[in-house]
Design a protein. Structure first.
Length: 152
């Protein structure tokens, strides 16, 4: 199915209507569905390319379209709303916003705990004494400690 591309003015009309359609209606759902189709074609490919290059993540165009709708709906009430209405390239601006949102979400979701700073904070908060340093005998060293004899 070939989706006819919206003009910048059609996007601006959709975007401006988001603010006035607070309660929602079937008409709103149809417009949102049409926007999702546009986002899959106009926004998702650029976002996918940027995310693959920036963070090495592969992403789904339908998921990107849904994030784009969320971002655009949020922007309808933000301070950037006016810029989105007047910029000569609103689609690229939305691509930038969506890429930032997904990149931030990815980093939050993949944040690894256990870094030195995290571990130092845990140690400071703990009331337990530190374990003595290991001398390498026991687990994984290939040495027999004699503890296994009691379990046999």
């Amino acid at each position: 199915m070939n989706t006819p591309l919206w003009s910048d003015d059609q996007f601006r009309s959709f975007f401006a209507a988001l603010r006035s359609d607070v309660c929602g209606s079937d008409r709103d759902d149809d417009a949102r569905d049409r926007f999702l189709a546009q986002a899959r074609v106009r926004i998702a490919p650029s976002v996918q390319q940027r995310l693959l290059a920036d963070i090495g993540a592969t992403t789904d165009p339908g998921g990107i379209a849904r994030v784009a709708l969320d971002v655009v709906e949020d922007e309808a009430w933000s301070r950037r709303r006016s810029w989105l209405l007047v910029t000569t390239d609103p689609w690229t601006f939305v691509v930038d916003l969506v890429t930032r949102e997904i990149r931030s979400s990815y980093r939050s979701a993949t944040r690894r705990s256990g870094g030195k700073r995290d571990l130092d904070g845990i140690a400071r908060a703990s009331s337990r004494r530190a374990l003595p340093p290991s001398d390498g005998i026991g687990e994984g060293s290939g040495e027999h400690t004699g503890d296994d004899d009691a379990a046999s």
